[in-house]
Ligand binder design. Structure first.
Ligand SMILES: Nc1ncnc2c1ncn2[C@@H]1O[C@H](COP(=O)(O)OP(=O)(O)O)[C@@H](O)[C@H]1O
Ligand SMILES: [Mg+2]
Length: 207
């Protein structure tokens, strides 16, 4: 049996992932003394992750570099699991339950790179090698609202309304296409409501 608990929060830019991950971290840290929590994100800050970040901030056309991005995300994820998430979860024992919280995962690679025109089944196959989360949340919100929420940030490659609509559709296909424990959460609601819905699901996994 796999040790530890692996929780993923995914969704569009501006859907509220980073806020929810921070709230979950705080919640779990106080919930039980036996919990040890690792909060992490993709792309990582490793060598592949840095290349990805550079491309996302420099490139303007959302359609370009689809294959290159897919490979970089896969390499980054391999490294992330091997060096960070895997070793942490393995250290779980009778006295301590290790919980990894990850902001974005392969759901993003599948939704974004298929919106760029790559075959969704191929993207799924390429990601079958990776550990499945115990539970994954897809924060779902209208792209217009998501864009409004991040209007203060510098726009990146994929942060354009029409493109985000495609990404959203792909995210919503994933529960049927993957054999994962995915919960789609309406994140147009207040942060408090969104968090409460997520907390209930996380409590079910832990209790
Ligand atoms: N449910 C929500 N309602 C209103 N504002 C939100 C909600 N979730 C997040 N925000 C705000 O939207 C912005 C983007 O949220 P963030 O967590 O950074 O999204 P992501 O990490 O998915 O890009 C932040 O300013 C955040 O406070
Ligand atoms: Mg974020």
């Amino acid at each position: 049996m796999k040790k530890g608990i692996f929780i993923v929060v995914d969704g569009l830019d501006g859907s509220g992932k980073s806020e929810i991950v921070k709230m979950l971290h705080n919640y779990l840290f106080s919930k039980h003394k036996k919990y040890r929590i690792l909060t992490t994100r993709e792309p990582t800050n490793g060598s592949y992750g840095k290349l990805i970040r550079q491309m996302l901030s420099k490139e303007k056309d959302p359609e370009s570099s689809s294959k290159k991005l897919m490979w970089l995300f896969i390499k980054d994820r391999k490294e992330h699991l091997k060096n960070t998430i895997g070793p942490f979860l393995k250290k779980s024992n009778k006295h301590e339950l290790n919980i990894a919280l990850c902001d974005r995962y392969y759901y993003s690679t599948i939704a974004f790179q298929s919106a760029q025109g790559l075959d969704i089944q191929k993207l799924i196959e390429k990601n079958e090698q990776f550990r499945k989360p115990d539970i994954a949340f897809i924060l779902d919100v209208e792209p217009a609202i998501a864009l409004e929420r991040i209007s203060y940030r510098q726009k990146e490659k994929f942060e354009q309304l029409e493109f985000m609509k495609k990404i959203r559709k792909n995210f919503l296909k994933l529960p049927k296409l993957l054999n994962d424990n995915i919960k789609v959460i309406d994140s147009s609601k207040s942060l408090k409501e969104v968090f409460n819905n997520i907390r209930k699901e996380v409590d079910k996994v832990l209790d």
